[in-house]
Design a protein. Structure first.
Length: 420
């Protein structure tokens, strides 16, 4: 969740706080202040008097129960909140039979996090105090993770990008629109085609790294799934520990994967999460476990838990939506979700021990979650600083039959998630 630290599994923004991105944001802000001041020196007096970009009023709305999600606007960035992510995962195969024999898994995640120092300076300016001058001052970090799992080769490759951004959606190669989904980091992008209806949106994703490239389209065949209470998703025992969170499950994916000069046209299904929040992780939580599963009958299952240091559950939740048109999701209460770890895999790179088989109990039934490849750890210590396990997995019913495929995420096993 997935994905600075939103509590738990709706996750994504939380990843920025994993082992270093929170401090990275702080350092970026500290560097930004003198740099922006220099840019606004007498030679650029006009820049000094130029106000920072002004987000539309809707971007300042806090996370609160009862705030209705509005599309397509809420596909876009929410610059007034601390942290946000767009999280795309799925499985692929060369033919349409990906459900029975997937050959690849993929993850593409874009994060946005407010830079703490510039955020405080802007707040001071709003109270009449000194602010951070200049429209070029970086007020956000944009960063992205991508990974491809080749199941036949037993290979997991990942890449990452990081940039500072002034918050102006109209400038720079690194930016995020506030009116609809369109987030970019140089040659990496995720966007909704504005000509498509939001109920059946067509998305475009693309990235190119030294190790691999991934390009293509994803078609929504179901409307967005509002998680929690109509998109207000609790992540802890206090009401303020929450996010706005929706998913788009059962996306029909058509992607071109290129690895070492070899291209493959792949088909499959994908899952999109979008989440934003002002709240950080509960102080007693060290990490979380999360699943997003596209069931083969067209339904969708989400489940997560936040863990204490002793491995016990601090908070849990999730949802299930049947495939029938117009079916309302069933949101899970904390006591209705249980994760029981099974066999584990040790990372040779970080020595972290990850459960790669789980028993997960929800009101939708009791299921086994099994990683299709154990070695799917993303070790970003040389870049964004994050370490977590994120990989393609299958969902089995009590009879051992595969009933779904999706992604399993586990954080806080290499080191506790740290607050910013």
């Amino acid at each position: 969740m997935s994905r600075a630290p939103l509590a738990g599994p709706t996750r994504r923004a939380w990843l920025m706080s994993l082992s270093g991105l929170a401090s990275l944001a702080e350092a970026a802000g500290a560097r930004a202040a003198p740099a922006a001041a220099a840019a606004a020196a007498p030679a650029s007096t006009a820049s000094a008097s130029t106000p920072p970009p002004s987000p539309s009023p809707s971007t300042h709305e806090g996370v609160r129960r009862g705030r209705p999600l509005q599309f397509p606007r809420d596909h876009g960035a929410h610059l007034g909140t601390r942290t946000e992510w767009w999280y795309l995962t799925g499985w692929l195969a060369p033919e349409q039979a990906a459900d029975s024999a997937p050959t690849h898994g993929f993850q593409v995640t874009f994060f946005r996090s407010q830079v703490a120092a510039t955020d405080r300076a802007d707040a001071a300016a709003a109270r009449g105090g000194p602010g951070l001058p200049g429209r070029f001052a970086p007020r956000h970090l944009l960063f992205a993770h991508a990974a491809v799992t080749d199941l036949a080769a037993g290979r997991h490759q990942h890449a990452q990008r990081l940039a500072r951004w002034n918050g102006d959606p109209a400038t720079g190669p690194d930016r995020a629109l506030t009116t609809d989904a369109d987030v970019r980091l140089a040659r990496w992008h995720l966007a909704r085609e504005t000509s498509s209806p939001w109920q059946a949106a067509r998305w475009r994703a693309g990235l190119r790294s030294d190790a691999f490239s991934l390009q293509g389209t994803l078609l929504a065949v179901q409307p967005p799934l509002l998680q929690g209470d109509a998109g207000f998703s609790r992540k802890g025992p206090e009401e303020r520990q929450a996010s706005h969170y929706y998913s788009v499950p059962q996306l029909q994916a058509q992607l071109t994967l290129e690895v070492r000069g070899q291209r493959q046209q792949l088909h499959g299904r994908a899952w999109l999460d979008h989440e934003w929040s002002d709240e950080l992780l509960h102080p007693h939580a060290v990490g979380w476990d999360w699943i997003g599963m596209n069931l083969l009958d067209g339904s969708a299952l989400t489940a997560f838990r936040l863990r204490r240091a002793d491995g016990s559950t601090l908070w849990a939740g999730g949802s299930h939506r049947h495939a029938a048109p117009g079916a309302a999701p069933r949101a899970f209460e904390p006591g209705e979700v249980a994760f029981e770890p099974g066999s584990r895999w040790r990372s040779a790179a970080t020595s972290a021990m990850y459960p790669v088989r789980w028993q997960v109990r929800t009101p939708a039934g009791r299921h086994t979650v099994r990683a299709l490849l154990d070695a799917q750890e993303l070790d970003g210590r040389t870049g964004t600083g994050t370490v977590y396990w994120e990989g393609v997995a299958e969902l089995l019913d009590e009879g051992g039959r595969r009933v779904g495929l999706g992604y399993l995420e586990m954080t806080g096993y290499a080191a506790p998630v740290k607050l910013g």
